[in-house]
Design a protein around this ligand. Structure first.
Ligand code: C2O
Ligand code: CU
Length: 518
């Protein structure tokens, strides 16, 4: 009796269930249309829902420790950051527009990746100018949060350095901003956002800037550039891409041609690359020529975050030349890769040699304005470390300069004309690629030993665990400049400080302004 009554009830419920199911289906369909079709007319064809990891817009931590308005300048200084602009000149102007906008990147991988981009791609367009050009770049922000552009490695006037809260306010949604600087030095540089640089650069707001020499010392038949970038793929796994693919980048080159291949690591972790198929040399590091570089054969190159290697080689009579990467520093992998000339990635890849590229001994000595024997006006020691702690009210692993996290790291004060030496001492088990804005430095010593090869000029020194370097530079570019780790997660969790001259700034970092450079 009980049972039949129940069955009877169930039967009567069937039409009700059907109505519910129909309504539910309709709601799901509407939700789908809303999310993936109606709301994103500019994002191209809709993606399957499971495929994309949505990006979370960057925001300031909320703790009471987050400053309201932190002014990094010298109050009352006679010169302001805003005075430090490119002087008017007759230099030819090269104009570019970079629009910050969202895009879905295919990367030739199963699942597209959601990104923030300049002009719809990541890397953004490669800006190519000639040494001596005035570079004029208009940034238009179509994203829902602030963006800036920092010209990594270029000695720009301070007002054009693109550091939110220090040299400008972050460019707000719908607004634009114009950068103007003289391309004084030839070489391979890059650009990226310096508002929430960790989230925004990792998310895709970066590209390359190449300055061709006014009078080239060597001739390249083929000049090609590639960017290594770690993307956050589905299920949080890291996807390494070269340019816009996790597969193979193809570049035309004919037998006998000289090739310059510029390689940028725009991710936060070090990557290992080498060239197969031809002997090669490292012609430049961070855009600065190496003197008399030797030939290398399958030599593994450790490319630190933000660093650039210019490789030069001659195409062999037959076959392709391939740039390969290694994820474990033991074996090379077949993808991502760059194939130059006719062919494919070799089926059998060699093991990673134990003879790594070493800038301590590479190239030949040459006279240099700064050597270990120079007289240094000032000497600073900076230790690099990490510990569990507090950064802006967030608890977690913090990364320190002299034991402190930003903004407690303070500043280094410089006077124009000083020759400055810095001792960078990595006391941690992690790699720290340390970058100085606005200046190029000479590497003097590594673990206490003077370099014996070519003079080495860099803007980012990739410091292995428990290694130390002496670097030195001429204080020749007044302003307020950041010194920070280019593992941008480390910068986001404390590893930044200011290197500054007697300069004031009208801008501030913090909650009141929304500016947060890292
Ligand atoms: Cu490439 Cu402070 O940055
Ligand atoms: Cu670091």
């Amino acid at each position: 009796m009980q049972r039949t009554l129940l069955e009877e009830k169930k039967k009567r419920n069937i039409p009700v269930i059907c109505v519910f199911v129909a309504i539910a289906c309709l709601l799901v369909l509407m939700g789908f249309l809303d999310t993936f079709v109606l709301k994103r007319p500019e994002a191209g064809p809709p993606n399957p829902p499971a495929a994309s990891v949505p990006l979370k817009a960057p925001e300031l931590p909320t703790g009471a420790e987050v400053p309201q308005a932190l002014n990094m300048g010298m109050p009352g200084a006679p010169i302001s950051v805003t005075d430090l602009q490119a002087t008017h000149s007759t230099a030819p102007e090269k104009h570019f527009t970079l629009t910050a906008e969202a895009a879905s990147l295919a990367l030739d991988h199963g699942a597209p990746v959601q990104a923030w981009t300049f002009n719809g791609s990541a890397p953004g367009p490669t800006l190519r100018v000639r040494q001596g050009d005035m570079v004029v770049v208009t940034l238009i922000n179509h994203l829902s949060f602030g963006v800036t552009i920092h010209w990594h490695g270029v000695s720009v006037p301070n007002a054009d350095d693109g550091v939110a809260g220090v040299t400008q306010n972050a460019v707000k949604p719908g607004q634009s901003y114009t950068y103007r600087f003289l391309a004084k030095d030839a070489g391979t540089y890059w650009y990226h956002s310096h508002q929430f640089s960790y989230t925004e650069t990792t998310g895709g707001l970066y590209g390359m800037l190449i300055v061709d020499p006014a009078s080239p010392q060597v001739h390249d038949d083929v000049d090609s550039s590639v960017t290594l970038h770690d993307w956050n793929g589905a299920n949080n796994q890291t996807l390494l891409a070269i340019n816009t693919t996790t597969g193979t980048v193809k570049t035309n080159a004919r037998a006998g041609q000289w090739v310059r291949l510029r390689v940028l690591n725009s991710s936060s972790d070090q990557h290992t690359v080498t060239l197969l198929g031809a002997p090669f040399m490292v012609a430049a590091l961070d855009g600065h020529d190496v003197n008399a570089p030797q030939w290398l054969n399958q030599t593994p190159l450790p490319i630190g975050a933000a660093q650039r290697y210019d490789l030069r080689f001659q195409m062999p009579r037959t076959g392709a030349v391939t740039l390969v990467t290694s994820a474990n520093n033991r074996q090379y992998q077949s993808a991502p890769a760059v194939v130059l000339g006719q062919g494919t990635v070799p089926g059998k890849l060699p093991a990673v040699s134990t003879h790594w590229f070493n800038l301590d001994t590479y190239g030949q000595p040459a006279p240099d304005p700064i050597t270990t024997k120079s007289h240094f006006d000032v000497n600073y020691g900076i230790t690099l470390n990490n510990h569990m702690g507090d950064s802006l009210g967030r608890m977690g692993m913090v990364y320190t300069l002299n034991g402190k996290v930003f903004p407690q790291t303070g500043m280094i004060m410089l006077k124009e004309g000083q020759l400055v030496k810095m001792h960078l001492d990595n006391q941690s088990d992690l790699i720290h690629p340390i970058h100085l804005h606005g200046h190029v430095f000479t590497v003097l010593t590594h673990n206490g030993h003077a370099l014996t090869g070519s003079p080495i000029h860099l803007d980012t020194i990739n410091i292995q665990p428990h290694d130390s370097y002496d670097i030195a530079f001429l204080a020749n570019n007044p302003g307020i400049w950041m010194l920070h780790c280019h593992n941008l997660l480390h910068a986001n969790w404390g590893m930044d400080m200011m290197v500054m001259y007697d300069i004031s700034t009208p801008y501030s970092i913090g909650r009141a302004t929304g500016n947060f450079p890292d």
